[in-house]
Design a binder for this molecule. Structure first.
Ligand code: ADP
Ligand code: MG
Length: 255
């Protein structure tokens, strides 16, 4: 175990019990995520990517095995507000303005000192001037920015992002990818980013974890040795194309 790893997952299993029987989703899965790292998780649909994120963030408990966040359980870490979540659907309240959507978690927990900082996060995600706009007045990319600002308001050490740009068109997604890297360079958080887009994973990440089909584990770990700061033109680098191809081959083998 590396000294600087912030998330340590050892030999976890996760089986869902349903009316139709049980479904083993994760089997003997190991993963460690380094402090300040941008790690993407990629894998076939239904392999358990969202399940894994929920386990890290204490929205779900493993059937067995251990998850530690800097030596503490996910449950303690969640209570200490170590996690920020961004889901595929931005889940905004349509009657609340941008600023009031960002403030919502702080309002729920009655943390006025956090609430007072909300404008700073609206600015950080590039929404200055839109504080009083309602979600329906925003584009898809702007709605994603609101969801990111809301996740950042407690300045969590770990940002858990689940296919959050999956619904955006390609140009907006590129723009959001650049924006996310800019934010990350400001915040130095550890990011665990689930996606099913190979180029998105390569563009953003320090490492890409490949999940096998169910019952899943991490079958490959690919280091993305492409210099930062990355630009859209980084996608034309021979090394980018090479890593993308390597991942595509590995995912094909998995199918
Ligand atoms: P992914 O995010 O990789 O597409 P999920 O983690 O959402 O996959 O789901 C993995 C598998 O577990 C899928 O087959 C899904 O149908 C099933 N699953 C997810 N959540 C539940 C649940 N709460 N109860 C039963 N089965 C579930
Ligand atoms: Mg999912």
């Amino acid at each position: 175990m590396k000294m600087n790893s912030v998330i340590n997952i050892s030999r976890i299993n996760l089986t869902y019990s349903t009316e139709n029987g049980s479904l083993q989703v994760l089997k003997n899965l190991n993963l460690s995520v380094k402090e300040g790292e941008f790690l993407s998780i990629i894998g076939p649909s239904g392999c358990g990517k969202s399940t894994l994120l929920k386990l890290i963030g204490d929205l779900l408990q493993p059937t067995d095995g251990e998850i530690l966040i800097k030596g503490k359980t996910p449950s303690i870490s969640r209570k200490e507000r170590k996690f920020g979540f961004v889901f595929q659907d931005p889940v905004l309240f349509e009657w609340r303005t941008v600023l009031k959507n960002v403030q919502l978690p702080a309002e729920i927990f009655g943390d006025n000192h956090i609430k007072a900082k909300s404008q700073q996060f609206v600015d950080l995600v590039g929404l200055s001037g839109f504080e009083n706009a309602l979600p329906k007045q925003l584009s898809g990319g702007m709605q994603s920015r609101v969801a990111i600002a809301r996740a950042l308001i407690y300045e969590p050490e770990i940002l858990l992002m689940d296919e959050c740009f999956g619904d955006l068109d390609e140009i907006t997604r590129d723009r959001m990818n650049l924006e996310l890297l800019r934010i990350w360079e400001n915040t130095h958080q550890t990011i665990v980013f689930v996606t099913h887009s190979i180029p998105e994973a390569v563009f953003l990440s320090d490492r890409v974890a490949v999940m096998s089909p169910r019952p899943s584990k991490i079958s490959e770990m690919i280091e993305v040795d492409i210099e930062r700061p990355r630009k859209i033109s980084s996608k034309n680098l021979p090394r980018f194309i090479e890593i993308t191809k390597m991942l595509r081959d590995k995912l094909e083998i998995e199918f």
